[in-house]
Design a protein around this ligand. Structure first.
Ligand code: ZN
Length: 321
């Protein structure tokens, strides 16, 4: 069987949060990430979609949120990404630990993950994060531009997405899909976690076999989906065909304006997306002023007044240093 045309590592991760302002205060304020786009959920335009990344919104640095303040907490279980990890520079873990403590953020004890030091963190809305000191290898395949107006100095800033932890009902079924359809490699096993990733792309998934757990479900503080990079639309259609040939049910290509997207569930139930690198966040805003005002995709512009009246006012955090 020919090898699949693999994906190029993580593009973005999207999660569900509580109130938008509290989400901004945590990610743009305490974590010092750049709010590169403030837009709306294109399937639910009365709610925001907020994107935090490096200065430019480079693929692989982007953590995004749907603030659904009225949603219930998630049901942790299989078929769900149970933690998202962000990469921090080697040697910066003590800085981050002290900073998070200063802001009263809940953190867990430092642990080691496949040789990388990791600090577990719980955000304002019980979303589980880890800040991981990456060894630098695959991360060099991800672009990172420091954000010069961040409250965090450039040499300490979050470098991008490190990966995610998944619970699965049958790890071998998911493993076969990751390696046989999306081009992942099985990289190793440590305690109950099996790591999948790429030698020449950034982004790991660590999978735990949890056949005895209930099925997981979305809620405030849960990952909504993981998006994987493809070069362009040709590459995207090739991967889409592989998913379909493997019995998956990918959506048609959807134009998200800043990238094109295809969605499907991997066999264990986690929602995946295949997203193109381009055209990127500067397609509709001055690159120097990304995220400063509400941006709508062209087909929603005619409804701007109504949409703005439904959204709570938000502002960039002040007083975070
Ligand atoms: Zn997405």
């Amino acid at each position: 069987m020919p090898l699949p045309r693999g994906v190029n590592g993580l593009h973005h991760i999207t999660a569900i949060s509580g109130p938008a302002q509290e989400n901004i205060d945590f990610y743009a304020g305490i974590l010092g990430m750049h709010l590169v786009k403030r837009s709306v959920n294109q399937d639910d335009p009365g709610t925001y979609h907020l994107f935090y990344a490096d200065a430019e919104g480079s693929p692989g640095t982007d953590l995004t949120f749907f603030p659904w303040a009225m949603a219930a907490p998630p049901r942790i279980g299989h078929g769900l990404a149970v933690e998202t990890s962000l990469e921090i520079p080697a040697g910066s873990l003590e800085y981050w630990s002290a900073r998070l403590t200063r802001y009263g953020v809940r953190t867990g004890p430092v642990d080691m993950r496949f040789g990388d030091r990791s600090l577990p963190v719980i955000d304002t809305h019980d979303f589980r994060l880890a800040l991981v000191e990456g060894a630098g290898g695959p991360a060099s395949y991800r672009r990172f531009t420091p954000w010069d107006r961040s409250s965090v100095p450039a040499e300490r800033q979050i470098r991008g997405l490190y990966g995610a932890r998944l619970w699965e009902r049958n790890i071998e079924v998911t493993a076969g899909f990751l390696t046989g359809v999306l081009g992942f490699e099985r990289l190793g096993r440590e305690q109950e976690w099996t790591r999948f990733g790429f030698k020449n792309a950034a982004g790991f998934v660590d999978v735990r076999d949890t056949p005895g757990e209930r099925r997981g479900g979305w809620g405030v503080g849960a990952v909504h989906h993981l998006a994987w990079r493809v070069d362009d639309e040709v590459h995207q259609l090739a991967v889409r065909s592989q998913v379909e040939a493997a019995g998956g049910h990918p959506t048609p290509v959807i134009d998200r304006f800043w990238f094109k997207s295809v969605y499907f569930r991997e066999p264990g139930g986690v929602l995946f997306e295949i997203a193109t690198d381009g055209p990127g966040f500067a397609t509709d805003e001055d690159p120097a002023r990304l995220g400063e005002t509400l941006v709508l995709p062209p087909w929603l512009e005619a409804q701007r007044d109504r949409i703005e009246s439904m959204l709570p006012p938000i502002a960039l955090p002040v007083g975070t240093d």
